[in-house]
Ligand binder design. Sequence first.
Ligand code: HEM
Length: 159
Amino acid sequence: MRASRLGNRAGIATAVDAIVAQELMDPEIASYFYFQVTPGSNGMPPVNGHPSVAQLKSCLVNQLANAAGGPEAYPGAPADNMGWQCRNMADSHRALRIPGSVFDRFVMIAAGVLTTAGVSAADIAVIGGVLNSTRTAIVDPARDGGAFMPPTDASAGGG
Ligand code: HEM
């Protein structure tokens, strides 16, 4: 798939903004963005070892643009993502312990946003394929649903 089919990098960034905003409307999905919204950590990154929302959106744009055949590199370098070194999908989601049902809802919400935005069914299928290809790396098979389970010591930055 060429990047132009997705409406180039600016189009991907606009889509990622809309997708993340919609994902955060779902309280259960939003609970997983714990390290981005933890009170008392107003800087960037919000908690040591975790990206800010802006940084993770930048990672996601580069990842999708790369998959779309654009010149972007993933995981690239910190300079590509507001100082954050993007990680692979297993490393960046391990501490979150995301259930499969939550993952699947995340992908459904993304597809819904793209449909509303007028993205073609063919492009949505390609993006859905990219998202779904990360399922094994991201999902914790030991969980069957529910919200984020916060670490007992958030200052440790782990989970
Ligand atoms: C559907 C496929 C998904 C893709 C392609 C994806 C992609 C990404 C990318 C590129 C990053 C930044 C990498 C990094 O942190 O270094 C990231 C981080 C993150 N993602 Fe995902 N993600 C997906 C699913 C999900 C789901 C289902 C959730 C929550 C329900 C989620 C929540 C997060 C959070 C909270 C972070 C920040 C991690 C941290 O604080 O350390 N992601 N994701």
